[in-house]
Design a protein around this ligand. Structure first.
Ligand code: NAG
Ligand code: NAG
Length: 274
């Protein structure tokens, strides 16, 4: 029994020592940065009163229920970046008063109300580069203070519905790039954001206008998603082609100008007898 206890204590000590939590991140007291974490229990080594925790270069598949409850009174900012997080248990963030939650570069598939419900104070939800394909409809009721939402580089195809976005009355900025948003719903989503002074950052250039054009003039595009996508993609291709062609003719003009200059120089040299 004593031996087992010793082993247990030794394992804990090893886990704590091999994971490194350093204070004074960016010169700020009460901010900690942890690396090589495999078990969130080690966060109990961080002293009471910590305001920000940044976990990186770690391996944390699952965030269990009440994982951060020991720091519930003080923790306001939590980042877990590139740690392979796949599963977040219900009430993982219970009791916290988080203002910033960053779960960048993990393997999360869904923004689930079972853990979102513990985040009513949240101002920034930063979840870019995951595998998110689904957002619980309740999220919009659960985050009344959200100002910044970064859901770029995920797998969202169904747009964020405007009637739900309306509930995020404090939203000021949203990052949407690199998601396979469907063309049909994208227009109403971006129209809503634009007309409500919410800055949205996207990576589809001017193709929104091509969607409008296809809806107006392409046969069946108004009812058939496939016809709409084909039309938009075709037009995106042809505008790119036009740009390439005009770039090439610019280069040709430049080259012939140079050839003419050379010809004049050669003629001048001949005259002087060289
Ligand atoms: C994390 O582990 C790696 C590899 O074992 C090591 O090189 C690195 O120094 C560790 N980081 C910290 C902060 O201990
Ligand atoms: C968490 O990430 C956000 C956004 O990248 C950053 O503004 C904030 O300072 C980070 N906080 C900590 C404690 O690392």
């Amino acid at each position: 029994m004593k031996r087992i206890l010793e082993l247990f204590v030794l394992t804990i000590i090893l886990a704590v020592c091999s994971a490194n939590c350093l204070s004074n991140l960016h010169g700020r007291h009460y901010y900690y940065q942890c690396e090589n974490v495999t078990n969130l229990q080690i966060l109990s080594v961080i002293p009471i009163g910590v305001v920000g925790i940044n976990i990186k270069n770690s391996n944390i598949k699952k965030i269990p229920t009440d994982a951060f409850s020991m720091h519930a009174d003080s923790l306001e900012e939590l980042n877990i970046t590139g740690c392979g997080v796949e599963e977040i248990e219900p009430n993982a963030f219970r009791g916290l008063k988080l203002r910033v939650l960053g779960l960048v570069d993990n393997r999360i598939r869904k923004l689930n109300s079972l853990w979102i419900q513990d985040l009513t104070n949240l101002k920034a939800l930063i979840v870019w580069r995951n595998r998110i394909a689904e957002v619980d409809a309740q999220l919009y009721d659960l985050l009344p203070n959200l100002e910044l939402w970064d859901i770029a580089h995920n797998e969202m195809s169904a747009c964020l519905p405007t009637e739900l976005l309306k509930k995020l009355t404090k939203l000021r900025k949203i990052y949407l790039a690199s998601n396979p948003w469907s063309y049909r719903c994208r227009r109403s989503m971006t129209w809503y954001l634009g007309s409500n002074h919410i800055r949205f950052v996207q990576d589809w250039g001017s193709s929104d206008m091509l969607i409008e054009e296809c809806l107006a003039h392409e046969p069946n595009a108004d009812i058939d998603d496939n016809a709409l996508s084909k039309c938009v993609d075709r037009k995106v291709g042809s505008t790119e082609m036009l740009q390439t062609v005009s770039g090439l003719s610019e280069q040709i003009r430049e080259l012939s100008r140079k050839v003419t200059e050379l010809e004049i120089e050669v003629a001048a040299l001949k005259k002087t007898g060289y």
